[in-house]
Write a protein that binds this ligand. Sequence first.
Ligand SMILES: Cc1cc2nc3c(=O)[nH]c(=O)nc-3n(C[C@H](O)[C@H](O)[C@H](O)COP(=O)(O)OP(=O)(O)OC[C@H]3O[C@@H](n4cnc5c(N)ncnc54)[C@H](O)[C@@H]3O)c2cc1C
Length: 278
Amino acid sequence: MKLYLKDKSNIVVVGGGPAGSFFSHFALRLAKEHSRKVDITILDGRDFIQKGPVGCNMCAGVLSETLTNKMECEGIVLPKTRVQQEIDGYYLQTQERGIPLHHPKSGHKPKIITVFRGNGPRFSELTTNISFDDFLLKHVASRGAKVLPAIVEEIDLPKDPQDLVNIVYKEADVRKKMSTDLVVGAFGLNTSLIKRIVGKEFGYREPESVRTCNAELHLGRSYIQEHFNKTIYVFALGIKPIKFAAFIPKGDYVTVSLVGKEDITKAHLIEFMKHPKV
Ligand SMILES: Cc1cc2nc3c(=O)[nH]c(=O)nc-3n(C[C@H](O)[C@H](O)[C@H](O)COP(=O)(O)OP(=O)(O)OC[C@H]3O[C@@H](n4cnc5c(N)ncnc54)[C@H](O)[C@@H]3O)c2cc1C
């Protein structure tokens, strides 16, 4: 059965990370192109203006040239205040040797940039708002989406798909309900909501995942400019179970990001940091 969103439909987006914000951006644009009005409400309990892990959907924070170009085409231009470092290229370090990797076209200025997803490391002294996720949410809010600081607890689909979806959510410790024409799950992987909706009629299956490890190192701007400049260092050193690790320069800090075949722990991070090549 094909379902269509009628004029004045409501859409609830669960999760205000990049998936939730980009969905909202495109849904609002398409609705406008079809002369339809849709009301979009994004629910997310995370406050991206907070410093440290609490305000952050952790990742390495590298925006590829493809992504920055697509964002610009959509009129989403990241202000300089939210950019931590422009990147010229990568340096791949293996056990045996290191190889600088640059764009093959000479004279090409890469548009790779680094950002903090939240408002920077916990002990950062910056007072300006630098969060990428907050920037995207403010962008879609400026296009008409409503952003609510709330955590979704239940999603109940109706028997008849023409009927409304019911949602239970918690806002400022108060449990509330709302009904909507369409619900969009943009809640990522780090959420207890997954356990509650697996096995329900959506057909949603929990994806396989492994735990990664991110850390912020305060090395100071001048040290970083001297030793990293505009380069991301990627290490493939054969330390099991680490697949690769990276140092990503961001202002006063360097983000260390470790990805593995199995769960990565703090002990792996320490082992990596002690490797002579590192
Ligand atoms: C180690 C690592 C490094 C990475 N590095 C990069 C990189 O350099 N560049 C890059 O482009 N990508 C990178 N990624 C991938 C990137 O992090 C993801 O693609 C991106 O975060 C996915 O966005 P999302 O919106 O789907 O999910 P998320 O970013 O996880 O956002 C989900 C949101 O949903 C909210 N939420 C969850 N449950 C609920 C609920 N019940 N109610 C309301 N809200 C809820 C959460 O608070 C969160 O804000 C990396 C990932 C990892 C793990």
